[in-house]
Design a protein around this ligand. Structure first.
Ligand code: HEM
Ligand SMILES: *[C@@H]1O[C@H](CO)[C@@H](O)[C@H](O)[C@H]1NC(C)=O
Ligand SMILES: *[C@@H]1O[C@H](CO)[C@@H](O)[C@H](O)[C@H]1NC(C)=O
Length: 557
Protein backbone atom coordinates (compact mmCIF):
# COMPACT_ATOMS: atom_id res chain seq x y z
CA UNK A 1 0.00 0.00 0.00
CA UNK A 2 2.83 2.30 0.85
CA UNK A 3 4.29 1.87 -2.64
CA UNK A 4 1.00 2.71 -4.23
CA UNK A 5 0.65 5.86 -2.15
CA UNK A 6 4.13 6.80 -3.11
CA UNK A 7 3.40 6.23 -6.78
CA UNK A 8 0.27 8.38 -6.55
CA UNK A 9 2.17 11.13 -4.75
CA UNK A 10 4.81 10.90 -7.41
CA UNK A 11 2.16 11.21 -10.11
CA UNK A 12 0.80 14.37 -8.48
CA UNK A 13 4.22 15.85 -8.12
CA UNK A 14 5.12 15.09 -11.71
CA UNK A 15 1.89 16.53 -13.02
CA UNK A 16 2.29 19.65 -10.92
CA UNK A 17 5.82 20.15 -12.14
CA UNK A 18 4.77 19.46 -15.73
CA UNK A 19 7.33 16.70 -16.13
CA UNK A 20 6.99 15.80 -19.75
CA UNK A 21 8.45 12.34 -19.38
CA UNK A 22 5.69 11.50 -16.96
CA UNK A 23 2.95 12.71 -19.22
CA UNK A 24 4.43 10.56 -21.94
CA UNK A 25 4.34 7.66 -19.57
CA UNK A 26 0.64 8.14 -18.86
CA UNK A 27 0.04 8.46 -22.57
CA UNK A 28 1.90 5.35 -23.53
CA UNK A 29 1.42 3.02 -20.60
CA UNK A 30 -1.54 1.34 -22.27
CA UNK A 31 0.57 0.75 -25.32
CA UNK A 32 3.37 -0.72 -23.27
CA UNK A 33 1.00 -3.19 -21.68
CA UNK A 34 -0.16 -4.34 -25.11
CA UNK A 35 3.48 -4.72 -26.06
CA UNK A 36 4.06 -6.73 -22.90
CA UNK A 37 1.25 -9.13 -23.71
CA UNK A 38 2.49 -9.51 -27.25
CA UNK A 39 6.03 -10.26 -26.16
CA UNK A 40 5.26 -12.66 -23.33
CA UNK A 41 6.21 -16.17 -24.23
CA UNK A 42 5.72 -19.43 -22.36
CA UNK A 43 8.06 -19.99 -19.42
CA UNK A 44 11.12 -22.16 -20.00
CA UNK A 45 13.36 -24.05 -17.62
CA UNK A 46 16.30 -21.73 -18.29
CA UNK A 47 18.06 -20.14 -15.38
CA UNK A 48 16.58 -16.66 -14.96
CA UNK A 49 18.86 -13.66 -14.90
CA UNK A 50 18.63 -11.70 -11.63
CA UNK A 51 15.88 -9.11 -11.73
CA UNK A 52 15.48 -5.87 -9.81
CA UNK A 53 12.77 -6.39 -7.21
CA UNK A 54 9.49 -4.75 -7.91
CA UNK A 55 6.90 -3.53 -5.45
CA UNK A 56 4.12 -3.56 -8.02
CA UNK A 57 4.87 -6.16 -10.70
CA UNK A 58 5.11 -4.65 -14.19
CA UNK A 59 4.55 -1.11 -12.99
CA UNK A 60 6.90 0.32 -10.40
CA UNK A 61 10.17 -0.16 -12.29
CA UNK A 62 8.65 1.34 -15.41
CA UNK A 63 7.44 4.28 -13.38
CA UNK A 64 10.77 4.85 -11.76
CA UNK A 65 12.80 4.39 -14.96
CA UNK A 66 10.82 7.08 -16.66
CA UNK A 67 10.17 9.49 -13.83
CA UNK A 68 12.95 9.17 -11.33
CA UNK A 69 16.10 8.31 -13.24
CA UNK A 70 18.47 9.10 -10.42
CA UNK A 71 16.82 6.80 -7.88
CA UNK A 72 16.61 4.10 -10.51
CA UNK A 73 20.24 4.54 -11.38
CA UNK A 74 21.22 4.32 -7.71
CA UNK A 75 19.28 1.05 -7.33
CA UNK A 76 20.83 -0.33 -10.52
CA UNK A 77 24.31 0.56 -9.37
CA UNK A 78 23.73 -1.19 -6.05
CA UNK A 79 22.50 -4.32 -7.81
CA UNK A 80 25.40 -4.23 -10.25
CA UNK A 81 27.95 -3.92 -7.47
CA UNK A 82 27.29 -7.61 -6.71
CA UNK A 83 26.84 -8.96 -10.24
CA UNK A 84 27.35 -7.93 -13.84
CA UNK A 85 23.88 -8.33 -15.22
CA UNK A 86 20.61 -7.15 -13.81
CA UNK A 87 17.20 -7.35 -15.45
CA UNK A 88 13.96 -5.51 -14.99
CA UNK A 89 10.76 -5.24 -16.91
CA UNK A 90 9.92 -2.07 -18.71
CA UNK A 91 6.31 -2.08 -19.71
CA UNK A 92 6.55 -5.87 -19.59
CA UNK A 93 9.54 -6.09 -21.91
CA UNK A 94 12.67 -7.64 -20.40
CA UNK A 95 15.55 -5.16 -20.14
CA UNK A 96 19.03 -6.08 -18.98
CA UNK A 97 21.78 -3.73 -17.86
CA UNK A 98 25.25 -5.15 -18.46
CA UNK A 99 28.65 -4.26 -17.04
CA UNK A 100 32.08 -5.96 -16.71
CA UNK A 101 34.57 -6.36 -19.56
CA UNK A 102 33.39 -9.83 -20.75
CA UNK A 103 29.76 -8.72 -20.87
CA UNK A 104 30.61 -5.50 -22.68
CA UNK A 105 32.59 -7.57 -25.16
CA UNK A 106 29.56 -9.80 -25.79
CA UNK A 107 27.45 -6.69 -26.12
CA UNK A 108 29.59 -5.16 -28.89
CA UNK A 109 30.19 -8.45 -30.69
CA UNK A 110 29.12 -8.79 -34.30
CA UNK A 111 26.60 -11.58 -34.09
CA UNK A 112 23.34 -12.47 -35.82
CA UNK A 113 21.87 -12.82 -32.33
CA UNK A 114 22.27 -9.08 -31.61
CA UNK A 115 20.55 -6.29 -33.49
CA UNK A 116 20.32 -2.55 -33.14
CA UNK A 117 18.29 -1.47 -36.15
CA UNK A 118 15.11 -1.30 -34.06
CA UNK A 119 16.50 1.62 -32.12
CA UNK A 120 17.71 3.52 -35.14
CA UNK A 121 14.24 2.97 -36.60
CA UNK A 122 12.81 4.59 -33.49
CA UNK A 123 15.08 7.61 -34.07
CA UNK A 124 14.17 7.74 -37.77
CA UNK A 125 10.48 7.60 -36.92
CA UNK A 126 10.27 9.83 -33.85
CA UNK A 127 13.25 12.15 -33.89
CA UNK A 128 13.53 12.65 -37.62
CA UNK A 129 9.80 12.41 -38.27
CA UNK A 130 10.43 10.48 -41.49
CA UNK A 131 7.50 9.73 -43.78
CA UNK A 132 5.96 6.32 -42.84
CA UNK A 133 6.52 4.78 -46.26
CA UNK A 134 10.22 5.62 -46.01
CA UNK A 135 10.41 4.18 -42.50
CA UNK A 136 8.92 1.01 -44.00
CA UNK A 137 11.75 0.82 -46.54
CA UNK A 138 14.27 0.62 -43.70
CA UNK A 139 12.06 -1.69 -41.66
CA UNK A 140 11.70 -4.17 -44.52
CA UNK A 141 15.40 -4.31 -45.26
CA UNK A 142 16.52 -7.39 -43.33
CA UNK A 143 19.76 -7.79 -45.27
CA UNK A 144 21.87 -6.55 -42.34
CA UNK A 145 25.10 -4.57 -42.30
CA UNK A 146 27.56 -7.18 -43.45
CA UNK A 147 28.95 -7.04 -47.02
CA UNK A 148 27.07 -10.25 -47.81
CA UNK A 149 23.33 -9.85 -47.48
CA UNK A 150 21.76 -12.02 -44.76
CA UNK A 151 20.47 -15.39 -46.02
CA UNK A 152 16.99 -15.16 -47.49
CA UNK A 153 17.43 -11.60 -48.82
CA UNK A 154 16.00 -11.03 -52.31
CA UNK A 155 18.82 -10.48 -54.80
CA UNK A 156 17.61 -7.13 -56.10
CA UNK A 157 16.61 -5.82 -52.66
CA UNK A 158 17.97 -2.34 -51.92
CA UNK A 159 20.27 -2.45 -48.89
CA UNK A 160 19.45 0.70 -46.95
CA UNK A 161 21.32 -0.18 -43.73
CA UNK A 162 24.39 -1.49 -45.47
CA UNK A 163 24.61 1.43 -47.92
CA UNK A 164 24.20 3.98 -45.17
CA UNK A 165 26.83 2.35 -42.99
CA UNK A 166 29.29 1.98 -45.87
CA UNK A 167 28.95 5.65 -46.75
CA UNK A 168 29.41 6.79 -43.16
CA UNK A 169 32.39 4.56 -42.71
CA UNK A 170 34.07 5.71 -45.90
CA UNK A 171 33.44 9.46 -45.72
CA UNK A 172 33.43 10.04 -41.96
CA UNK A 173 35.60 7.44 -40.28
CA UNK A 174 38.60 7.19 -42.57
CA UNK A 175 41.63 9.39 -41.90
CA UNK A 176 41.56 11.43 -45.08
CA UNK A 177 37.98 12.62 -44.53
CA UNK A 178 38.05 13.06 -40.76
CA UNK A 179 41.27 15.10 -41.11
CA UNK A 180 39.69 17.23 -43.83
CA UNK A 181 36.70 17.89 -41.57
CA UNK A 182 38.97 18.81 -38.67
CA UNK A 183 40.99 21.25 -40.80
CA UNK A 184 37.86 22.97 -42.06
CA UNK A 185 36.44 23.07 -38.54
CA UNK A 186 39.56 24.73 -37.22
CA UNK A 187 39.37 27.49 -39.81
CA UNK A 188 35.68 28.16 -39.26
CA UNK A 189 35.91 27.97 -35.50
CA UNK A 190 38.66 30.58 -35.41
CA UNK A 191 36.59 32.83 -37.67
CA UNK A 192 33.44 32.36 -35.55
CA UNK A 193 35.36 33.13 -32.33
CA UNK A 194 36.68 36.36 -33.83
CA UNK A 195 33.23 37.41 -34.94
CA UNK A 196 31.72 36.58 -31.54
CA UNK A 197 34.39 38.48 -29.65
CA UNK A 198 34.07 41.52 -31.95
CA UNK A 199 30.35 41.49 -31.40
CA UNK A 200 30.84 41.30 -27.61
CA UNK A 201 33.18 44.30 -27.75
CA UNK A 202 30.76 46.24 -29.89
CA UNK A 203 27.90 45.50 -27.47
CA UNK A 204 29.87 46.17 -24.31
CA UNK A 205 29.12 49.37 -22.44
CA UNK A 206 32.10 49.22 -20.06
CA UNK A 207 34.84 50.97 -21.96
CA UNK A 208 37.42 51.35 -19.18
CA UNK A 209 39.61 48.71 -20.79
CA UNK A 210 38.61 48.35 -24.43
CA UNK A 211 40.15 44.88 -24.80
CA UNK A 212 38.37 43.19 -21.95
CA UNK A 213 34.73 42.18 -22.13
CA UNK A 214 32.36 39.80 -20.34
CA UNK A 215 30.66 36.69 -21.62
CA UNK A 216 29.03 33.40 -20.62
CA UNK A 217 30.50 30.06 -21.70
CA UNK A 218 27.32 28.16 -22.69
CA UNK A 219 26.03 30.70 -25.24
CA UNK A 220 29.56 31.15 -26.59
CA UNK A 221 29.93 27.46 -27.44
CA UNK A 222 26.33 26.97 -28.58
CA UNK A 223 26.92 29.73 -31.12
CA UNK A 224 30.51 29.31 -32.29
CA UNK A 225 31.12 25.56 -32.03
CA UNK A 226 27.80 24.53 -33.53
CA UNK A 227 28.10 27.05 -36.36
CA UNK A 228 31.64 25.96 -37.23
CA UNK A 229 30.72 22.26 -37.12
CA UNK A 230 27.69 22.74 -39.36
CA UNK A 231 29.70 24.88 -41.80
CA UNK A 232 32.29 22.10 -42.00
CA UNK A 233 29.85 19.26 -42.49
CA UNK A 234 27.01 20.86 -44.46
CA UNK A 235 28.48 24.05 -45.90
CA UNK A 236 27.47 27.72 -45.93
CA UNK A 237 24.38 27.58 -48.07
CA UNK A 238 22.26 26.09 -45.26
CA UNK A 239 22.54 29.40 -43.35
CA UNK A 240 21.35 31.27 -46.40
CA UNK A 241 18.27 29.04 -46.72
CA UNK A 242 17.65 28.96 -42.95
CA UNK A 243 19.17 32.10 -41.36
CA UNK A 244 17.94 31.22 -37.84
CA UNK A 245 19.06 27.58 -38.06
CA UNK A 246 20.98 27.57 -34.76
CA UNK A 247 18.04 28.93 -32.87
CA UNK A 248 15.77 26.26 -34.35
CA UNK A 249 18.28 23.54 -33.58
CA UNK A 250 18.89 24.41 -29.90
CA UNK A 251 15.18 24.81 -29.40
CA UNK A 252 14.65 21.29 -30.76
CA UNK A 253 17.58 19.93 -28.71
CA UNK A 254 15.61 20.66 -25.52
CA UNK A 255 12.84 18.21 -26.45
CA UNK A 256 14.93 15.47 -28.09
CA UNK A 257 14.74 13.01 -25.22
CA UNK A 258 10.97 13.56 -25.02
CA UNK A 259 10.26 13.05 -28.69
CA UNK A 260 12.41 9.93 -28.80
CA UNK A 261 9.69 8.11 -26.83
CA UNK A 262 7.17 9.02 -29.53
CA UNK A 263 4.59 10.59 -27.23
CA UNK A 264 1.05 11.09 -28.60
CA UNK A 265 0.84 14.18 -30.80
CA UNK A 266 -2.38 15.47 -29.28
CA UNK A 267 -0.73 15.56 -25.85
CA UNK A 268 2.49 17.17 -27.06
CA UNK A 269 1.70 19.64 -29.79
CA UNK A 270 4.55 21.93 -28.66
CA UNK A 271 7.19 19.21 -28.92
CA UNK A 272 6.13 18.27 -32.43
CA UNK A 273 5.98 21.92 -33.45
CA UNK A 274 9.66 22.33 -32.48
CA UNK A 275 10.55 19.21 -34.49
CA UNK A 276 8.70 20.55 -37.50
CA UNK A 277 10.24 24.00 -37.17
CA UNK A 278 13.68 22.38 -37.31
CA UNK A 279 13.36 19.38 -39.67
CA UNK A 280 10.93 21.25 -41.90
CA UNK A 281 13.61 23.93 -42.37
CA UNK A 282 16.38 21.40 -43.03
CA UNK A 283 14.06 19.76 -45.59
CA UNK A 284 13.92 23.09 -47.41
CA UNK A 285 17.69 23.24 -47.34
CA UNK A 286 18.09 19.70 -48.65
CA UNK A 287 15.82 20.31 -51.62
CA UNK A 288 17.36 23.65 -52.51
CA UNK A 289 20.96 22.45 -52.13
CA UNK A 290 20.57 19.28 -54.17
CA UNK A 291 18.98 21.36 -56.94
CA UNK A 292 21.65 24.09 -56.75
CA UNK A 293 24.77 21.92 -56.60
CA UNK A 294 26.44 21.27 -59.95
CA UNK A 295 26.67 17.46 -59.93
CA UNK A 296 28.73 17.41 -63.14
CA UNK A 297 31.06 20.23 -62.07
CA UNK A 298 34.53 20.42 -60.53
CA UNK A 299 33.29 20.47 -56.91
CA UNK A 300 31.88 16.95 -57.11
CA UNK A 301 34.83 15.28 -55.38
CA UNK A 302 36.28 18.19 -53.40
CA UNK A 303 36.78 17.89 -49.65
CA UNK A 304 34.58 20.95 -49.13
CA UNK A 305 32.23 23.12 -51.17
CA UNK A 306 29.91 25.96 -50.05
CA UNK A 307 26.62 24.35 -51.13
CA UNK A 308 26.80 20.88 -49.55
CA UNK A 309 29.89 21.14 -47.36
CA UNK A 310 31.90 17.99 -46.80
CA UNK A 311 32.29 15.06 -49.15
CA UNK A 312 30.25 12.99 -46.69
CA UNK A 313 27.33 15.37 -46.83
CA UNK A 314 27.46 15.55 -50.63
CA UNK A 315 27.44 11.76 -50.99
CA UNK A 316 24.83 11.30 -48.30
CA UNK A 317 22.49 13.93 -49.79
CA UNK A 318 22.84 12.33 -53.20
CA UNK A 319 22.04 8.92 -51.75
CA UNK A 320 18.96 10.20 -49.89
CA UNK A 321 17.68 11.71 -53.12
CA UNK A 322 18.46 8.60 -55.17
CA UNK A 323 16.58 6.43 -52.66
CA UNK A 324 13.47 8.40 -53.57
CA UNK A 325 12.75 9.47 -49.99
CA UNK A 326 10.29 12.31 -49.51
CA UNK A 327 11.72 15.81 -48.89
CA UNK A 328 10.54 15.60 -45.29
CA UNK A 329 12.45 12.33 -44.71
CA UNK A 330 15.58 13.87 -46.25
CA UNK A 331 15.06 16.91 -44.01
CA UNK A 332 14.90 14.61 -40.98
CA UNK A 333 18.27 13.13 -41.91
CA UNK A 334 19.74 16.57 -42.63
CA UNK A 335 18.57 17.74 -39.21
CA UNK A 336 19.32 14.71 -37.08
CA UNK A 337 22.31 12.99 -38.76
CA UNK A 338 23.72 16.28 -40.01
CA UNK A 339 23.20 18.61 -37.06
CA UNK A 340 22.00 16.81 -33.92
CA UNK A 341 24.55 13.97 -34.14
CA UNK A 342 27.47 16.35 -34.57
CA UNK A 343 26.52 18.87 -31.89
CA UNK A 344 24.39 17.31 -29.16
CA UNK A 345 27.42 15.61 -27.57
CA UNK A 346 30.47 17.63 -28.51
CA UNK A 347 29.09 21.00 -27.36
CA UNK A 348 28.20 19.96 -23.77
CA UNK A 349 31.43 17.96 -23.45
CA UNK A 350 33.52 21.00 -24.49
CA UNK A 351 31.49 23.30 -22.24
CA UNK A 352 32.63 21.21 -19.28
CA UNK A 353 36.23 21.10 -20.47
CA UNK A 354 36.39 24.90 -20.83
CA UNK A 355 34.82 25.44 -17.42
CA UNK A 356 37.29 23.04 -15.77
CA UNK A 357 40.14 24.81 -17.50
CA UNK A 358 39.09 28.30 -16.44
CA UNK A 359 38.15 27.42 -12.86
CA UNK A 360 41.55 25.82 -12.30
CA UNK A 361 43.86 28.54 -13.63
CA UNK A 362 46.80 26.22 -13.06
CA UNK A 363 45.35 23.71 -15.54
CA UNK A 364 44.92 26.52 -18.07
CA UNK A 365 48.57 27.51 -17.71
CA UNK A 366 49.78 23.94 -18.10
CA UNK A 367 47.53 23.26 -21.08
CA UNK A 368 48.79 26.44 -22.73
CA UNK A 369 52.39 25.39 -22.27
CA UNK A 370 51.69 21.99 -23.75
CA UNK A 371 49.58 23.28 -26.62
CA UNK A 372 52.19 25.87 -27.61
CA UNK A 373 54.20 22.97 -29.02
CA UNK A 374 51.49 22.26 -31.60
CA UNK A 375 50.92 25.86 -32.76
CA UNK A 376 52.29 26.74 -36.19
CA UNK A 377 52.38 29.97 -38.18
CA UNK A 378 51.69 29.52 -41.85
CA UNK A 379 50.95 32.18 -44.48
CA UNK A 380 50.31 34.69 -41.71
CA UNK A 381 47.77 32.34 -40.13
CA UNK A 382 48.06 30.76 -36.68
CA UNK A 383 46.82 27.17 -36.54
CA UNK A 384 47.38 23.85 -34.85
CA UNK A 385 49.28 20.94 -36.27
CA UNK A 386 46.60 18.25 -35.85
CA UNK A 387 48.98 15.33 -35.66
CA UNK A 388 50.94 16.92 -32.83
CA UNK A 389 47.84 18.20 -31.09
CA UNK A 390 46.02 14.87 -30.75
CA UNK A 391 49.13 13.29 -29.24
CA UNK A 392 49.63 15.77 -26.38
CA UNK A 393 49.43 13.81 -23.10
CA UNK A 394 47.66 16.31 -20.82
CA UNK A 395 45.18 17.35 -23.51
CA UNK A 396 44.35 13.68 -24.21
CA UNK A 397 43.87 13.07 -20.51
CA UNK A 398 41.50 16.05 -20.23
CA UNK A 399 39.61 14.75 -23.28
CA UNK A 400 39.14 11.30 -21.73
CA UNK A 401 38.10 12.83 -18.38
CA UNK A 402 35.36 15.02 -19.83
CA UNK A 403 34.08 12.22 -22.07
CA UNK A 404 34.11 9.78 -19.16
CA UNK A 405 32.21 12.08 -16.82
CA UNK A 406 29.94 13.98 -19.21
CA UNK A 407 28.77 11.46 -21.77
CA UNK A 408 25.84 9.49 -20.43
CA UNK A 409 24.46 7.14 -23.04
CA UNK A 410 22.64 3.88 -22.62
CA UNK A 411 24.10 2.04 -25.58
CA UNK A 412 21.29 -0.26 -26.65
CA UNK A 413 20.99 -3.58 -28.47
CA UNK A 414 18.21 -6.08 -29.04
CA UNK A 415 18.36 -9.85 -28.66
CA UNK A 416 17.09 -11.32 -31.94
CA UNK A 417 18.13 -14.95 -31.37
CA UNK A 418 18.53 -16.66 -27.98
CA UNK A 419 21.74 -15.28 -26.48
CA UNK A 420 23.86 -16.40 -23.55
CA UNK A 421 25.22 -13.63 -21.35
CA UNK A 422 27.03 -14.26 -18.09
CA UNK A 423 25.64 -17.81 -17.98
CA UNK A 424 22.03 -16.77 -18.51
CA UNK A 425 20.04 -17.42 -21.65
CA UNK A 426 18.23 -14.29 -22.78
CA UNK A 427 15.12 -14.50 -24.96
CA UNK A 428 14.62 -12.79 -28.30
CA UNK A 429 12.87 -9.49 -27.79
CA UNK A 430 14.94 -8.68 -24.72
CA UNK A 431 16.63 -5.30 -24.71
CA UNK A 432 20.25 -4.99 -23.61
CA UNK A 433 21.66 -1.74 -22.33
CA UNK A 434 25.20 -0.83 -21.39
CA UNK A 435 24.86 2.48 -19.53
CA UNK A 436 28.13 4.40 -19.80
CA UNK A 437 27.33 5.98 -16.48
CA UNK A 438 27.87 2.71 -14.62
CA UNK A 439 31.18 1.72 -16.27
CA UNK A 440 32.55 5.26 -16.54
CA UNK A 441 32.05 5.97 -12.83
CA UNK A 442 33.33 2.61 -11.54
CA UNK A 443 35.49 3.41 -8.51
CA UNK A 444 37.47 0.16 -8.79
CA UNK A 445 38.55 1.03 -12.34
CA UNK A 446 39.06 4.80 -12.27
CA UNK A 447 39.46 5.78 -8.64
CA UNK A 448 42.82 6.86 -7.26
CA UNK A 449 43.55 7.82 -3.65
CA UNK A 450 42.52 11.45 -3.27
CA UNK A 451 40.83 11.45 -6.68
CA UNK A 452 37.57 9.50 -6.60
CA UNK A 453 36.12 8.31 -9.93
CA UNK A 454 33.27 10.83 -9.79
CA UNK A 455 35.70 13.77 -9.73
CA UNK A 456 37.29 15.48 -12.72
CA UNK A 457 41.06 15.07 -12.42
CA UNK A 458 42.97 16.43 -15.41
CA UNK A 459 45.99 14.20 -14.76
CA UNK A 460 44.19 10.91 -14.29
CA UNK A 461 45.52 9.46 -17.53
CA UNK A 462 49.03 10.92 -17.49
CA UNK A 463 51.92 8.73 -16.45
CA UNK A 464 55.47 9.98 -15.93
CA UNK A 465 58.27 7.96 -17.47
CA UNK A 466 61.61 9.37 -16.33
CA UNK A 467 59.87 12.65 -15.67
CA UNK A 468 58.36 12.76 -19.18
CA UNK A 469 54.54 12.83 -19.30
CA UNK A 470 52.94 10.04 -21.34
CA UNK A 471 49.25 9.51 -21.98
CA UNK A 472 47.88 6.22 -20.66
CA UNK A 473 44.18 5.72 -20.14
CA UNK A 474 43.57 4.39 -16.66
CA UNK A 475 40.69 2.05 -17.58
CA UNK A 476 40.45 -0.63 -20.24
CA UNK A 477 38.57 0.01 -23.50
CA UNK A 478 35.70 -2.13 -22.17
CA UNK A 479 35.34 0.35 -19.29
CA UNK A 480 35.15 3.38 -21.55
CA UNK A 481 32.78 3.38 -24.51
CA UNK A 482 31.32 6.87 -25.08
CA UNK A 483 31.07 6.10 -28.80
CA UNK A 484 29.41 2.69 -28.40
CA UNK A 485 31.17 -0.20 -30.13
CA UNK A 486 31.13 -2.98 -32.68
CA UNK A 487 29.55 -2.44 -36.11
CA UNK A 488 27.27 0.28 -34.78
CA UNK A 489 30.12 2.34 -33.31
CA UNK A 490 29.84 6.10 -33.86
CA UNK A 491 31.21 6.87 -37.33
CA UNK A 492 31.98 10.45 -36.29
CA UNK A 493 34.32 9.48 -33.44
CA UNK A 494 37.61 10.49 -35.08
CA UNK A 495 36.32 13.87 -36.14
CA UNK A 496 34.63 14.33 -32.75
CA UNK A 497 37.90 13.73 -30.90
CA UNK A 498 39.80 16.18 -33.10
CA UNK A 499 37.01 18.72 -32.86
CA UNK A 500 36.92 18.54 -29.07
CA UNK A 501 40.70 18.81 -28.75
CA UNK A 502 40.85 21.68 -31.23
CA UNK A 503 38.12 23.52 -29.35
CA UNK A 504 39.92 23.19 -26.02
CA UNK A 505 43.28 24.12 -27.55
CA UNK A 506 41.89 27.11 -29.43
CA UNK A 507 40.11 28.50 -26.38
CA UNK A 508 43.13 27.88 -24.14
CA UNK A 509 45.51 29.78 -26.34
CA UNK A 510 43.41 32.46 -28.01
CA UNK A 511 42.02 34.26 -24.94
CA UNK A 512 42.93 35.41 -21.44
CA UNK A 513 40.25 34.79 -18.79
CA UNK A 514 39.16 36.06 -15.41
CA UNK A 515 36.52 34.00 -13.62
CA UNK A 516 33.57 36.18 -12.57
CA UNK A 517 31.05 33.67 -11.17
CA UNK A 518 28.55 30.88 -11.68
CA UNK A 519 25.19 31.71 -13.19
CA UNK A 520 21.77 30.17 -12.74
CA UNK A 521 20.81 29.43 -16.34
CA UNK A 522 17.06 29.97 -16.08
CA UNK A 523 17.13 33.30 -14.21
CA UNK A 524 20.51 34.62 -15.37
CA UNK A 525 21.27 35.54 -11.74
CA UNK A 526 24.46 34.58 -9.88
CA UNK A 527 24.49 31.07 -8.44
CA UNK A 528 26.21 30.17 -5.20
CA UNK A 529 27.42 26.79 -6.38
CA UNK A 530 29.39 25.31 -9.28
CA UNK A 531 27.59 23.12 -11.83
CA UNK A 532 26.74 19.43 -11.67
CA UNK A 533 25.56 17.20 -14.54
CA UNK A 534 22.13 18.47 -15.51
CA UNK A 535 19.89 15.61 -14.32
CA UNK A 536 17.41 16.24 -17.15
CA UNK A 537 19.95 14.80 -19.60
CA UNK A 538 20.91 11.57 -17.73
CA UNK A 539 21.07 8.64 -20.12
CA UNK A 540 20.31 10.88 -23.10
CA UNK A 541 23.74 11.86 -24.53
CA UNK A 542 26.29 14.56 -23.72
CA UNK A 543 25.23 15.98 -20.37
CA UNK A 544 25.58 19.76 -20.04
CA UNK A 545 26.37 21.55 -16.77
CA UNK A 546 23.32 22.88 -14.93
CA UNK A 547 25.03 26.21 -14.24
CA UNK A 548 26.72 28.63 -16.62
CA UNK A 549 30.02 30.41 -16.01
CA UNK A 550 30.55 34.15 -16.41
CA UNK A 551 34.05 35.27 -17.33
CA UNK A 552 35.95 38.35 -18.41
CA UNK A 553 37.91 37.76 -21.62
CA UNK A 554 40.62 39.38 -23.65
CA UNK A 555 41.72 38.17 -27.06
CA UNK A 556 45.41 37.29 -27.45
CA UNK A 557 45.50 36.56 -31.18
C1 HEM B 1 31.36 13.52 -28.14
C2 HEM B 1 30.86 13.28 -29.33
C3 HEM B 1 30.05 12.07 -29.74
C4 HEM B 1 29.58 11.02 -28.98
C5 HEM B 1 29.74 10.78 -27.48
C6 HEM B 1 28.87 10.12 -29.89
C7 HEM B 1 28.26 8.93 -29.51
C8 HEM B 1 27.60 8.05 -30.36
C9 HEM B 1 27.05 6.77 -29.98
C10 HEM B 1 27.11 6.17 -28.57
C11 HEM B 1 26.47 6.22 -31.07
C12 HEM B 1 25.76 4.84 -31.13
C13 HEM B 1 26.84 3.75 -31.17
C14 HEM B 1 26.39 2.36 -30.82
O1 HEM B 1 25.17 2.06 -30.76
O2 HEM B 1 27.29 1.50 -30.57
C15 HEM B 1 26.63 7.17 -32.16
C16 HEM B 1 26.14 7.02 -33.43
C17 HEM B 1 26.31 7.95 -34.44
N1 HEM B 1 27.09 9.09 -34.41
FE1 HEM B 1 28.10 9.80 -32.82
N2 HEM B 1 28.91 10.66 -31.15
C18 HEM B 1 29.62 11.84 -31.10
C19 HEM B 1 29.93 12.68 -32.17
C20 HEM B 1 29.52 12.47 -33.46
C21 HEM B 1 29.90 13.32 -34.58
C22 HEM B 1 30.82 14.52 -34.50
C23 HEM B 1 29.27 12.80 -35.68
C24 HEM B 1 29.32 13.25 -37.11
C25 HEM B 1 30.33 13.84 -37.69
C26 HEM B 1 28.49 11.64 -35.23
C27 HEM B 1 27.70 10.85 -36.05
C28 HEM B 1 27.02 9.70 -35.64
C29 HEM B 1 26.13 8.96 -36.51
C30 HEM B 1 25.78 9.32 -37.95
C31 HEM B 1 25.66 7.84 -35.75
C32 HEM B 1 24.69 6.75 -36.21
C33 HEM B 1 25.45 5.65 -36.86
C34 HEM B 1 24.56 4.53 -37.38
O3 HEM B 1 23.49 4.78 -37.90
O4 HEM B 1 24.99 3.38 -37.24
N3 HEM B 1 28.68 11.47 -33.89
N4 HEM B 1 27.35 8.27 -31.70
C1 LIG C 1 19.70 4.83 -18.79
O1 LIG C 1 20.14 3.94 -17.78
C2 LIG C 1 19.97 4.40 -16.48
C3 LIG C 1 20.57 3.37 -15.55
O2 LIG C 1 21.95 3.43 -15.63
C4 LIG C 1 18.50 4.61 -16.20
O3 LIG C 1 18.32 5.12 -14.91
C5 LIG C 1 17.94 5.59 -17.21
O4 LIG C 1 16.56 5.71 -17.03
C6 LIG C 1 18.22 5.15 -18.63
N1 LIG C 1 17.82 6.23 -19.53
C7 LIG C 1 17.37 6.09 -20.77
C8 LIG C 1 17.03 7.33 -21.52
O5 LIG C 1 17.23 4.99 -21.28
C1 LIG D 1 25.24 41.97 -29.57
O1 LIG D 1 23.99 42.61 -29.64
C2 LIG D 1 23.17 42.21 -30.72
C3 LIG D 1 21.93 43.11 -30.73
O2 LIG D 1 21.29 43.11 -29.49
C4 LIG D 1 22.81 40.76 -30.55
O3 LIG D 1 22.00 40.29 -31.62
C5 LIG D 1 24.10 39.94 -30.50
O4 LIG D 1 23.81 38.56 -30.26
C6 LIG D 1 25.03 40.45 -29.39
N1 LIG D 1 26.30 39.75 -29.49
C7 LIG D 1 26.71 38.85 -28.61
C8 LIG D 1 27.99 38.14 -28.90
O5 LIG D 1 26.09 38.56 -27.60
Amino acid sequence: MYALNEAVANVRHQIESHDTRFTILVGSLGLLFLLALALRSSPTNQKQAPMLSETIPYVSNTLQYMTNMNTFLARTKKALAKRNIVGFRLGGRPFYFLTSPPNIQTFFRTSPAIGFETFILVAITNMMGATPKDVAKFAHDKSGRQPNPAPGTAEDAKRYWFDMQTMMHKYLSTTHYSDALARTYQRFFNRELDAYYDSLLANSSAKDDPEWTEMRIIPLLKATMAKAAILSLQGEYIFEVVPDLLDRFWDYDKVLSTILYGPPKWLFPGVYAKAERFCGATAKFHQAAVAKFDWEGPDREKDWDPVLGSRFWREFSRWLTDCGFTPRTCGGFAGVTGIVAINANTVPVCTWAIMEMIRGQELLTRLRDEIAGALVEEDGETRFDLQRLVNLPLLQSVYVEVMRLRVSINVTREVVQPLEVDGYLLKPGSVLQAPTEISHYDEAVWGVEGHPAAEFWAERHVKYVDGVPVFEMRGRPTDFFPYGGGVAICPGRHFAKQEIMLTIAMLASKFEYEFVGWVDIASGRPSDRPPINDPKYAGAAGVPPDRDMRVRVKRLW
